[in-house]
Write a protein that binds this ligand. Sequence first.
Ligand SMILES: [Zn+2]
Length: 68
Amino acid sequence: MSTQTDTPCTVVRREDLVPVCPHCNTELPEIYARKPKGPFGIGRGFVFFCPHCRKVMGFGAQWYPFPG
Ligand SMILES: [Zn+2]
């Protein structure tokens, strides 16, 4: 019964690796993002989703939440 929620994590930028959609297992050289509409999305930043299956992968406050 271990959870990784509290495990310290180091962010390593790997520009040579392509993310894979957890829903359709398609490699994603690009990820779509748009401003959410409706009562939940006003001022909440972006919603990121898969270009292939369009399932939502996450939410973010900015386009590229990486330092540097
Ligand atoms: Zn997908």
